[in-house]
Design a protein around this ligand. Structure first.
Ligand code: GDP
Ligand code: MG
Length: 442
């Protein structure tokens, strides 16, 4: 993994006093290899390395940072810049409705993304409508209708006048949505398996008819370098305003995210992180850069926690994480919140580079049905034991097991999980929490 590779390089750097040309070159050789392995386009790698080098060599070593931290910071800043700097959301039209055209290859996730965006906009209090512009496959229209019902937004599929003409159907759909008071209209379109002239021609005609404010290209992150070729082709034909990277949940390398913006000059606005309609997130270049560098996506984690927990509890937990005070009482509270936040492994995946990769998460994966048992164990402890688990010796373990109707092994396992979590949170507390806080979602 990229993050692990980079961390190894930076460990070698730590302890040295100054950023010499040799140190930087050695580190950058590894950065280069890691980026290429992450499937970042070679030209992009070359460019970003030049910028990092120019900044790093001879830079005064700040007293507050180790040389390693300083290089990491420069690399992070440059990767952030490479991915577009700050987050950019939908640019809403001054005069509603904002028309958003989604294009991309078949299977890239256009229809899913249209529904996800509608869901998101609706949650923000807007009135989005969906419009079908893919009439070739009957199943495609039905898919959009099903999703629209699920999200609870109107869906326009083209009346008899459209007579199977996708451009006409899209235009009629937008007109109907406007008439019905939509303030955002998401137009789904048909894709092909490959870029071809006919698809582009139809897209251009659709664009000319519906006059979109946003033309978003939906790219499948799993296709790696190929996604970049697709992006380039669409960028030449359509005036794209932004990109949506889907299936990032399956893309371990992150290369597409790193190069897509550099190749097209257009920002990644959103990323898809799963199949469900709520699994779309605003793209934050700074957070992505931190994640790639193995600092973990603490901000996303905290943000997600905040949306699930009540504000006060989130504040308290955040502070405790920062201070690295974390007791079994917090652990219990956190486990209770986990059900609201999403799967535990997903949450833990956002924590800083775990030694041993995802495998080390196994012991931490919490079977949600076990929560009751965990609760019982913690409740059988005295307040003092909850705050100072190190005092829980063998006889206390036996007492707790009896009190909670569990086995001593269960108590042991829980204490071990707690220790692992606490170690992780200490790492989190060491990560730069302040970075990027200003960038707001769209
Ligand atoms: P379209 O042909 O471009 O309209 O693509 P669809 O929206 O029909 O999506 C194709 C497949 O990709 C579907 O099975 C989706 O559920 C899946 N998909 C879309 N976005 C994501 C994502 O972010 N993560 C995952 N895991 N699957 C996705
Ligand atoms: Mg589709």
């Amino acid at each position: 993994r990229l993050s692990e590779r980079l961390q190894a390089v930076f460990r070698q750097l730590s302890g040295r006093g100054k950023l010499g040309e040799r140190d930087v070159d050695e580190a950058l050789r590894e950065v280069r290899r890691a980026l290429l392995e992450a499937d970042v386009h070679f030209r992009v790698v070359k460019e970003v390395l030049e910028r990092i080098r120019a900044r790093a060599v001879g830079e005064e070593v700040l007293s507050s940072l180790t040389p390693a931290q300083q290089v990491i910071r420069i690399v992070r800043d440059e990767l952030t810049e490479l991915m577009g700097g700050a987050n950019q959301g939908i640019a809403f039209a001054p005069q509603p409705p904002t028309v958003i055209l989604l294009c991309g290859l078949q299977g890239s996730g256009k229809t899913t993304t249209a529904a996800k965006l509608a869901f998101r906009l609706k949650q923000q209090g807007r009135r989005p409508h969906l419009v079908a512009g893919d009439l070739y496959r009957p199943a495609a229209v039905e898919q959009l209708q099903v999703l629209a019902r699920q999200v609870g937004v109107p869906c326009h599929t083209g009346g008899p006048q459209a007579a199977g003409d996708a451009v006409e159907a899209a235009a009629q759909g937008v007109a109907a949505a406007t008439e019905q008071g939509a303030d955002a209209v998401l137009v789904d379109t048909a894709g092909r398996l490959q870029v071809d002239a006919e698809m582009m021609e139809e897209l251009r005609r659709t664009r000319d008819r519906v006059k979109p404010h946003e033309v978003l290209l939906v790219l499948d992150a799993m296709t790696g370098q190929e996604a970049l070729n697709v992006a380039r082709a669409f960028q030449e034909e359509m005036e794209l305003t932004g990109l949506v990277l889907t299936k990032t949940d399956g893309d371990a390398r992150g290369g597409a995210a790193l190069s897509a913006r550099a190749v097209t000059g257009r920002p990644i606005k959103f990323v898809g992180t799963g199949e469900r309609v709520e699994q779309l997130e605003p793209f934050h270049p700074d957070r992505m850069a931190s994640r790639i560098l193995g600092m973990g996506d603490v901000l996303t984690l905290i943000e997600r926690a905040e949306s699930a927990m009540d504000q006060k509890e989130a504040q308290r937990l955040t502070e405790r994480i920062r201070e690295a005070h974390f007791t079994l009482e917090d652990f219990l509270e956190q486990l209770r919140q986990v059900r609201k936040m999403g799967p535990m492994d997903e949450i833990l995946g956002m924590l800083p580079g775990l030694p041993g990769g995802a495998g080390s998460l196994k012991g931490l994966q919490v079977d949600e049905r076990e929560l009751g048992r965990v609760e019982a164990i913690i409740q059988s402890m005295t307040p003092q034991e909850r705050r100072n688990p190190q005092i829980i010796d063998g006889s206390r373990r036996r007492r707790i097991a009896r009190g909670s109707g569990t086995q001593v092994q269960d108590v042991n396992r829980l204490l071990k999980q707690f220790e692992q979590t606490r170690t992780l949170l200490r790492q989190v507390a060491g990560a730069p929490l302040g970075a990027g806080r200003k960038a707001s979602g769209g």
